[in-house]
Design a protein around this ligand. Sequence first.
Ligand code: TRP
Length: 444
Amino acid sequence: MELKLDPWGAVHVDDYNKLFSEFGISSFEQILPQLQNPHPYMRRKIIFGHRNYDSVLAAMKRHEPFGVMSGFMPSGRAHFGHMMVMNEIIWHQQHGADAYAAIANMEAHAVRGISWEKCRSLGINEYLLSLIALGFEPKENSHIYFQSENYKMRNLAFELGREANFSEVSAIYGFSGETHISHMESVMAQSADILHPQLKEFGGPKPVVIPVGADQDPHIKLTRDLAYRMRKFLVELRGDYISIRGKAASQEMMQAAESALLEAEIGKVKRYEEHIDVTEILDQDRLTTGALLEAVDRLIIDLEIKQGQYGFIPPASLYHRFMTGLTGGKMSSSKPESHIALTEEPKEAGKKIMRAITGGRQSLSEQKKMGGEPEKCSIYEFLVFHLSDDDKELVELDAECRSGRRMCGTCKKDVAERIERFLREHQQAREAARERLPEFGIKI
Ligand code: TRP
């Protein structure tokens, strides 16, 4: 039996389709078949889009270094929406990634005015304990950090600031003459969060994926641009030849690039004032698959590194859908009734579920006649996103609901029980995680 799971109605999908056509995000579905063991979020189309995730998949397959990185702004309680990002970080770490998690205390302090002490306690108690409880492990080249304490990242933020000017960031973030400078700095900090796993201290350039909600895409796009601007060469395929263009590269670097290309013996190398062309390429097969272009880019990146440059690879990203709030509309940290926090008292969480908006009809008889609408149900969504590992169970529930055989009361009771059980276990794991904070370099 082929399982087709699309927990959303056409309305939502349309909205997300816009992201593809207007913003240049790629559809995740197209690369899904390349994953042997996709995360349920991937299988269930909760992760719906990406940028450049191909680069991460390729590294994963070849057992080459790659990374995962995301950040959390410590401005309120961590809820199930944040847990998705945590699970995505952990899944990649378990699949071999160097994993990085930032507590964005500079951003929370600059943008929301939250005190450093409050950032610290929210960062630890809301986010880090859950992240560790869910399975983040200490590993070489895996780090949990507070932005303000990571000077490698902060120094990089300063460098990146040279490549981003005021009119550009204003256009992206709506900054005006009133916007204070720390706010702008926090934007560079986020770009540096994303790129710093590629510093040589952390193993050098590698594909790094940033799992985020679609609202964070402007940061991703800016950071991908900055990564490119920090490069000294642009390596491009131009029909049947490869062009290596120096972007203000010194003559010394051009010379080094020429020698490296000659040594690699891939074709005829011709050097001009500001670019080098490789024509008459010997291995046409590799050229058509793009593998050769990638190899040449890698060669040039290594050369940039040797010359003390960064050689960043544009970061990849994954986008997941947002959960609907329990009261309808968006799930939001600032509206307690709309979400369930990971530290919520389990009984209280159960009560929130019992009060939540479902896809049920006005009356019992109407529902029996017309059936419910699981695609509009915040309770069903909880099952799809978090509380059922079983795709078959979901397909059956969906069918029973639509046919009018299953009523909301039954579902609510079931989901309330599952959520209470989940929270009890998670909160126990959090207490165990508290003991382990020093393993992650977090002082308590
Ligand atoms: N700006 C993000 C938020 O508002 C938090 C964040 C900081 C982040 N640094 C990051 C997200 C790096 C992804 C990658 O939640």
